[in-house]
Design a protein. Structure first.
Lengths: 147, 147
DNA sequence: AGGAAAAAGTTGTCCGGACAAGGAATGCTC
DNA sequence: GAGCATTCCTTGTCCGGACAACTTTTTCCT
């Protein structure tokens, strides 16, 4: 089973473990994996349109719309019409979300710490480089479709 | 945004691209990412219980149950009670699924080819090693929970 | 043997991710 | 300025993934 597509299997398994770890680290903040990315983007870059969140997080419009609806229902985020473009919606983090910021940042710190484990700094850089190489390949593959 | 948790972000992005690529490669076989893994396991290891599929694929029981229900509805898989354990269900690929095998294997070949890109064999081994290191860390983190 | 614990599946619910389709507003082009 | 394409967002649908709760059966332990 692991014989077919070793790289792909490795990516697959690593991703699954990673996602499960995020989920567990976010558990006590009440967020699901993905939601914390939205909040982090809002905290860091301020109020912005949904399409900006979509492009910066790499999600897609329907997913983002529903995700924001849930965050809105939880009171963590507010929607406001754009004053300059009546199609657009401006999303911003509410003050009620602020207490979560420390938790989320701690969770991401832990995530990185656990992911990196006991690796030395150079080894870590090496791995980052490896992932960047894969990412480049996959991005290239994205456009060169057909089969 | 990319400043926080570079490793985690890299894993995240790579995984998303990878999954999207699988989805596209499987498109014309009519399968969704994940379903092909079930079929591959059945083709390779023969009829088996759902729990065996769960452990070998790393999924979980509810997901597997519903995934198999869909494959069953599509006629690609059949359920049969276990003769030795009345709790268990034996799952097997149907003859109707056989024509898909070549497509699925081709898709996985393409996936691996595109993921590896133009990397040299040693470089590829290096990256595999890097992913294995991350996987080991994440597996270790899985058990050492608490925070 | 008997009863508790564990295992195998199912169903309910919620979430993110993806595709299709469509409405509303904007921008562009002729 | 009129018409068409594009952009932004929403809704419907389907899927995989995860957690909880439950039923049925098996296993284990006393």
């Amino acid at each position: 089973m692991a014989a077919v597509g070793p790289l792909s299997h490795a990516v697959f398994r690593t991703a699954r473990l990673h996602k499960a770890l995020v989920a567990r680290l976010l558990r006590d903040s009440g967020l699901r994996p993905g939601q914390e990315l939205v909040l982090m983007a809002l905290w860091q870059d301020g109020p912005q349109r949904q399409v900006d969140l979509v492009t910066s997080l790499g999600s897609d419009a329907p997913t983002m719309a529903r995700s924001i609806t849930r965050l809105e229902r939880a009171g963590l985020v507010a929607r406001r019409p754009s004053p300059t473009d009546r199609r657009a919606v401006i999303v911003e983090a509410t003050p009620a979300a602020l207490p979560l910021r420390a938790k989320v940042e701690h969770a991401w710190g832990e995530l990185e710490r656990l992911t990196a484990g006991a690796l030395s700094a150079p080894r870590r850089a090496e791995i980052l480089d490896a992932l960047a190489a894969l990412e480049a390949n996959l991005t290239a593959a994205e456009t060169a479709v057909d089969s």
